[in-house]
Design a protein around this ligand. Structure first.
Ligand code: ZN
Length: 348
C-alpha cells in the first residue's frame, strides 16, 4: 500500500518538451544537407555537425529569450470563428496584412511561425549575399528548426497537447516518441532542392497540410485507445530513480500504424522544405561561391562561448514566457482570451 502511494506520488507523466523532439529536428537539418546542389553541399557538409546540433537551439532558448516561444507554432484554429470557416485557408499570408487585421499582440499570442520563417529567409539571404559564413550557418540551422515546426500538425492548433479533448500528452507522443521509435523505417531521401517561387505562400502551404492532418492525429489516438485494453495504454519506467508514466510500446506501435505514414510524410515534407528554403536563399543572394568560405572554422573561443550560452538558456526557469493575462485584451471577440505560452512542455 505504502509502495503504491509512493508510486502514485512519484509518478510523473512525461512528454518531450520540444517541438519535433530534439532527435527529429537534428535529423531533419542533417538530411536536408544531402538535397543541396554541389555548389552548396561543399560548404554545408563541412559544417554538417554544426547544422545538425544547432537545429535544436531555438527550443533550447525558448524560455530564456523574450519573444522566442511564439515563433514555433500558430494556433490557426483560434481564428476560425473570426472567418466563420477554416482560418488556415484565409489568414493573411503577409505579416503587414495580418497585423492590420488582428494586431501584433494577438498574432504573438497565438503564434507566428509562418511569418517568422519569412523573416529568417530575408536574414539568411542577406548572410549569403555578404558571404558571412558564421551567419549563414547560424541562420540555416535556425530556419531549419522553424520550417520543421510549421510542418507539425500539433503546432497549428490551440488543442496542441490534446488538453481540450482529454488526450493530454499527445504532443510529445506524435512528434518525439513516434519518430524516435520508428525512425529507422522511414525513407527520408526527398530528392534535390528546388527553387521556391513564392516562399511566403509556400511556408503557409506547409501549415495548411499540417493543419489538415490535425483531425486524424486526434481521431487515431482515440481509436488506438479504444482498441487496446485500458491497462495497456501506458507503461511505467524508472528514470533517475523516479517512476515515470509513458505511453506503452504497444500503444505507440498501434497509433503509428493507424496514422499510416503520417509522421514520415510530415518529416519528409519538413526536410524537403528546409532544403528548398536554404537553396532559394542562396539563389536569391546571387549564388555566391561558397568555396571561398571553405577556410572558415569557428574559433575555440567561439565554440566555448556558444556552449556557455546554451547552458545559460537551459538554466532559464521553465515558466510561460509571458503571462496569459497579457493577451486578454488583445483577443478579438469570439476568440479565446489567452494562448499557450509554452506549447511543448505541457505535461499530462
Ligand atoms: Zn520548436
Amino acid at each position: 500500500m505504502k509502495y503504491r502511494l509512493a508510486l502514485f506520488l512519484f509518478t510523473l507523466s512525461i512528454t518531450a518538451a520540444y517541438s519535433w523532439g530534439f532527435f527529429a529536428h537534428q535529423r531533419i537539418n542533417r538530411q536536408a544537407v544531402f538535397s543541396l546542389p554541389p555548389e552548396m553541399i561543399v560548404f554545408f557538409k563541412k559544417h554538417i555537425v554544426y547544422i545538425t546540433e544547432k537545429a535544436v537551439n531555438p527550443d533550447k532558448r525558448r524560455y530564456a529569450v523574450e519573444g522566442e516561444a511564439p515563433r514555433h507554432y500558430i494556433d490557426v484554429d483560434v481564428y476560425d470563428k473570426y472567418f466563420n470557416d477554416s482560418a488556415v485557408y484565409k489568414m493573411p499570408r503577409f505579416w503587414s496584412e495580418a497585423v492590420a487585421m488582428f494586431s501584433e499582440d494577438t498574432l504573438q499570442a497565438y503564434g507566428i511561425v509562418p511569418w517568422h520563417v519569412e523573416r529568417m529567409r530575408y536574414r539568411l539571404t542577406d548572410a549569403f549575399r555578404r558571404k558571412d559564413a558564421r551567419e549563414i550557418l547560424r541562420l540555416s540551422a535556425d530556419i531549419g528548426h522553424y520550417i520543421a515546426d510549421a510542418n507539425v500538425p500539433l503546432h497549428t492548433t490551440e488543442n496542441y497537447n490534446g488538453q481540450l479533448t482529454g488526450q493530454r500528452g499527445i504532443h510529445g507522443l506524435w512528434e518525439s516518441r513516434l519518430p524516435e521509435l520508428f525512425f529507422d523505417d522511414y525513407d527520408l531521401w526527398v530528392g534535390k532542392a528546388e527553387y521556391i517561387d513564392k516562399p511566403q505562400l509556400h511556408i503557409w502551404q506547409g501549415v495548411v497540410l499540417a493543419h489538415e492532418a490535425v483531425d486524424s492525429v486526434f481521431a487515431f489516438e482515440r481509436k488506438a485507445t479504444e482498441m487496446l485494453p485500458p491497462d495497456k495504454k501506458y507503461s511505467f519506467i524508472e528514470r533517475n530513480g523516479i517512476t515515470v508514466r509513458t505511453y506503452s510500446y504497444d500503444f505507440c506501435e498501434l497509433f503509428h500504424r493507424l496514422l499510416a505514414g503520417q509522421v514520415e510524410r510530415r518529416l519528409r515534407a519538413s526536410i524537403k522544405m528546409v532544403a528548398d528554403f536554404w537553396f532559394t536563399c542562396w539563389v536569391d543572394a546571387g549564388q555566391p561561391d561558397l568555396r571561398e568560405l571553405l577556410d572558415f572554422e569557428f574559433t575555440p573561443e567561439e565554440l566555448e562561448q556558444m556552449k556557455k550560452e546554451e547552458e545559460e538558456w537551459e538554466k532559464a526557469p521553465k515558466v510561460p514566457v509571458r503571462p496569459h493575462e497579457a493577451y486578454r485584451q488583445a483577443a478579438p471577440s469570439g476568440m479565446p482570451a489567452y494562448a499557450h505560452a509554452c506549447p511543448h512542455n505541457a505535461l499530462f
